[in-house]
Design a protein around this ligand. Structure first.
Ligand code: PLP
Length: 453
């Protein structure tokens, strides 16, 4: 069959990202051929409800005609041009203006890159550049969190706090440190309230800054909701307490909005939902509904002014990508942002969030569900062998992966991260489709339960 031939060619020629490479030759790859709305179809005609928006990105679904048209027109008008050395193009200019208008806190300028990883590497370099520019060259350490995911380029992988990002790559690089993540269910002491847990983490952050030396700590980076770490939603007062510490020691805050940005958590940015006031903000994924690779780094006037003044002394600001502000990706992103506004996507998300969150929380009493968590249209269900004692399943069981595989067989794409199963559906999902998503998941859960018996 055409699929069998494709699968063989895939195995022969394609080195896959984040894949067990030794096992790959024995695994029949899922070859996705097309998509419409919130559904995708494989090359054997099977249809799936894509409850992960691909990799948390296809916010407007898989068949948005306006985005296809914007991309096509841009390809016909000016398929490529750079923005180095005072060059620019209308789409990049309009996109930068629009992002500044939408930003959750006052932002001064926008830098463009192609991926979340590049945006975060850019943020790291801006922090370093900034502290050099203001005469504090020792203030270079960046504090990230365990279980964070910030990407795979060398600095972004170092910021990430997940084992596969570091192990075997000799990472993290020095100057990048990790503190505990705010997952109350997993890391709180017995009986510790969310508030007390948040206070303890903020105190630990302060102690770490003091131990390192405040003059050596330049920035703290956080995802408002930690995505790949398992959709970890912080305690209500966590960011308020953390930011009080950051202000005290003049440590910049980088908000990684690569997943949370653009309506996902029920506000335009996760920073608004969770009270972050970042100096630098990175965004990607839903910036273009995932249709083309583009990311953005927004910087405050404080950061920009110092960087620009220093550049005035040495000449060129020595950072930028060939495709920074690419006219095609910028045009598609600009159209994406227009659609969010014109089609009132944020209001749609806010109206659906209660149904989505209630649908998830129905699983809270399930005999093998430890925690249900989420905000807006993102959430996760964490399995447990014994929810009463929060005892996880034996990792060798791969319980989460097993449940995700059963869901796939029921025509539903969810993602297992350890034993947490994530949901991040396209923002255009309808109430009836949310019901359909949970009906399919019910069937997968019933089969998972039966498999344990
Ligand atoms: N930051 C976050 C929060 C992410 O979830 C991701 C990717 O999933 C990245 C950064 C890296 O983005 P990319 O894969 O586009 O490099």
């Amino acid at each position: 069959s055409a699929h069998a031939e494709r699968a063989a060619n895939d195995i022969a020629a394609h080195l896959h990202p984040f894949t067990n490479l030794a096992a790959h030759p024995q695994v029949d790859p899922l070859v996705i051929e097309r998509g419409d709305g919130i559904y995708v179809q494989d090359d054997q005609g099977r249809r799936y409800l894509e409850a992960m928006s691909g990799l948390w990105c296809v916010s407007l679904g898989f068949s948005n005609a306006r985005l296809a048209k914007a991309g096509s027109e841009a390809l016909h008008t000016l398929p490529c041009y750079h923005t180095f050395n005072h060059r620019s193009n209308a789409a990049a200019i309009a996109l930068a203006e629009k992002l500044i208008a939408m930003a959750p806190v006052p932002m001064s300028k926008v830098f463009f890159a192609n991926s979340g990883s590049e945006a975060n590497d850019t943020a790291v370099k801006l922090v370093w550049y900034y502290h050099n520019a203001i005469g504090k060259p020792a203030k270079k350490k960046i504090i990230a969190r365990r279980n964070a995911y910030h990407g795979v380029t060398v600095a972004a992988a170092s910021l990430s706090g997940l084992v596969p990002n570091h192990r075997d790559f000799d990472l993290p690089i020095d100057r990048i440190l990790h503190v505990d993540c705010p997952h109350h269910y997993r890391y709180a002491e017995p009986g510790e309230t969310e508030e007390a847990f948040a206070t303890r983490l903020a105190d630990a952050l302060e102690q770490r800054i003091l131990a390192e030396g405040p003059d050596t700590v330049g920035a703290f980076i956080a995802e408002p909701v930690m995505g790949a770490g398992g959709v970890l939603v912080p305690p209500a007062t966590y960011f308020e307490k953390v930011q009080a510490v950051l202000r005290k020691y003049e440590v910049l805050l980088i908000a990684d909005e690569v997943i949370c940005g653009f309506c996902r958590t029920g506000e335009m940015f996760g920073s608004t939902t969770f009270g972050l006031r970042p100096d630098i903000l990175t965004a990607a994924k839903a910036l273009s509904s995932g249709y083309v690779p583009i990311s953005a780094v927004m910087v405050s006037e404080q950061v920009h002014a110092a960087v620009a003044a220093n550049s005035g002394k040495i000449g060129t600001f020595g950072h930028g990508f060939t495709y920074s502000g690419h006219p095609v990706t910028a045009a598609v992103a600009l159209e994406t942002l227009r659609i969010y506004e014109e089609e009132k996507v944020l209001a749609h998300v806010q109206s659906l969030a209660p149904q989505f969150q209630a649908g998830l929380r129905r699983y809270a009493g399930h005999p093998h569900v430890g925690e249900v968590r989420g905000a807006g249209l993102i959430g996760a269900i964490e399995l447990a062998a014994d929810p009463a004692t929060r005892t996880p399943f034996d990792p060798a069981m791969k319980a989460g992966a097993r449940l995700a595989e059963l869901a796939l067989q029921e025509g539903l794409i969810v993602r297992a991260m350890g034993d947490a199963v994530a949901f991040c559906p396209p923002l255009i999902i309808t109430p009836a489709q949310i019901d359909e998503m949970f009906e399919r998941f019910d069937r997968a859960m019933a089969r998972f339960e039966a498999s344990l018996a």
